[in-house]
Design a protein around this ligand. Structure first.
Ligand code: FES
Ligand code: FES
Length: 230
């Protein structure tokens, strides 16, 4: 066997086999490449504010309302609902917020003679109009309206949260009935219903939910006032 046949490390082998030093050098280079974007990202995040600046305040708009016979001039954001304008700006917290999406009727008020869900309408849409809330149902501050007396006499509430809306709705309901308005259960919509039956009252009050279930007593109270027995 010639010396050429024996296997001994030479210079070319050394070039092909990774030495420990070459391995460490490669690893360090790879780490530098990998870390470069991260360092860049960190520089970017340091330059970016951690918290976005608050959005510019919405411009305020004037709204003139006559609420319970008193003039109010409010400055509200255009997105303010009539319900929030009454409670938060005019300080009239008798009107209640139940669902804030038109499902419960707790926010019912009377606007220019018609009952509406005040959570579903913007205050700016009622500029110049008259609003009646539960605070304005009684003819003066020291007495109760007939419908309020009837609710007490007929025990038409328990927790009372729905009651302001029920009272406003009942007040407008009786006025609508006396004006000859038909409802979905009126047999002949061309003629004024001869009487405000329990079915008529239940239908006309169906937008006002009472989670305490005081419905029979509410119907009794409305009927008593509508028939002049309260
Ligand atoms: S709060 Fe307006 S309908 Fe419920
Ligand atoms: S009295 Fe409680 S929700 Fe009507």
């Amino acid at each position: 066997m010639s010396p050429a046949d024996t296997h001994s490390p030479d210079a070319s082998d050394a070039a092909q086999k990774p030495s420990r030093r070459r391995f460490l050098q490669s690893a360090a280079a790879a780490a530098a490449v990998t870390a470069a974007p991260l360092a860049h990202a960190q520089q970017q995040s340091a330059a970016t504010p951690a918290v976005a600046p608050p959005p510019a305040a919405a411009p305020m708009m004037p709204v003139r309302l006559t609420i319970n016979g008193h003039p109010y001039e409010l400055q509200v954001e255009a997105r303010t609902t009539l319900l929030d304008a009454l409670r938060e700006y005019a300080g009239l917290t008798g009107t209640k917020k139940g669902c804030d999406r038109g499902q419960c009727g707790a926010c019912t008020v009377i606007v220019s003679g018609r009952r509406i869900n005040s959570c579903l309408t913007l205050a700016v849409m009622h500029d110049g109009e008259s609003v009646t809330t539960v605070e304005g149902l009684a003819p003066d501050g020291d007495t109760l309206a007939p419908i309020q007396k009837a609710f007490i006499e007929k025990d038409a509430f328990q927790c009372g949260y729905c009651t302001p809306g029920q009272l406003c709705s009942a007040t407008a309901l009786i006025a609508e009935y006396r004006a000859g308005d038909a409802s979905a259960v009126t047999a002949d919509v061309r003629a004024r219903p001869p009487q405000l039956s329990d079915d008529e009252i239940r239908e006309r009050m169906s937008g006002n939910i009472c989670r305490c279930g005081a419905y029979p007593n509410i119907v009794a109270a409305v009927k008593a006032v509508a028939s002049g027995n309260a």
